[in-house]
Design a protein around this ligand. Sequence first.
Ligand SMILES: Nc1ncnc2c1ncn2[C@@H]1O[C@H](COP(=O)(O)OP(=O)(O)O)[C@@H](O)[C@H]1O
Ligand SMILES: [Mg+2]
Length: 299
Amino acid sequence: MSGRENAKAGESAILRPGNAVEEEEPDPFLGLGSRGGRPKARPPKVMRRHRRILLFLEKISVSFDGFKAVDNLTLYIKQGELRCVIGPNGAGKTTIMDIITGKTRPDSGSAWFTQDVNLLASDEVAIVRAGIGRKFQKPSVFEALTVFQNLELALAGPKGVWRTFRARLGGREREFVEEILERIALADERGRQAGSLSHGQKQWLEIGMLLMQRPKLLLLDEPVAGMTPAEIDRTIKLLRDLEGRHSIMVVEHDMEFIRAIAHETVTVLHQGSVLAEGSMDFIQRHPAVIEAYLGEPLC
Ligand SMILES: Nc1ncnc2c1ncn2[C@@H]1O[C@H](COP(=O)(O)OP(=O)(O)O)[C@@H](O)[C@H]1O
Ligand SMILES: [Mg+2]
């Protein structure tokens, strides 16, 4: 555990990575376990005790061809929290999102979303249905459809595409699309083909498509990469607006952006592990963090 710290006292001290399960008697069904046993049938005790934990990742490791991309990682996200995750290239940020969404299975550890969903025993579709929405680095919208149609389609979700185009939206659904259009600053572009939007607008549209599913947790992987400064400013506004409505995990390289949105906990990843966790001020002055960023201070 050397080099890992948590700056917060009080409630988050209880939630400090690593100390939660150690005080409990060993649970034979915890995660996949080092013996690769069957997935855990009950949520971990720490989750039953702290009901505000929405996402629970504990002692997660995964290797690719012998290379440890994620190494004994523990991370808890509370309901309504906006968590920023930063770290050098290759630190394992995207791999963690792959594990949360069921795209990659870890070699060991446990992962729960609320007390009801064992992520390691759920497939990708079930994880989306449970309320986890993920935005990849590259925007993937339906370019030939209009902005409005893209949102309409996202609203359909499991009901299917054809039903959406046969049936007109009901009043409530239409209102919801309008609300999201305003939120993602695309109300004036509703009739435009998505393919003609700017890079930033496509990113917002994709976030809007996720919002149509009313996710409990949003995973955003480098949402401002390739954006203009004005687009970044608008994305900061969008995230502030979303905060509290959804729990959000944002992975980003752009430190200006992180500074603008992070007023709770920032997690610094390095070589697949949590190097430091705490307020932005705390991690900016953290010697191990500065060293991991090749000697460059983060400010
Ligand atoms: N599916 C995969 N197969 C092999 N190696 C992978 C795979 N996914 C990620 N990696 C490796 O794991 C490390 C962490 O990658 P990644 O999670 O993408 O880092 P980050 O998003 O922090 O830049 C990298 O060295 C990457 O090459
Ligand atoms: Mg990445």
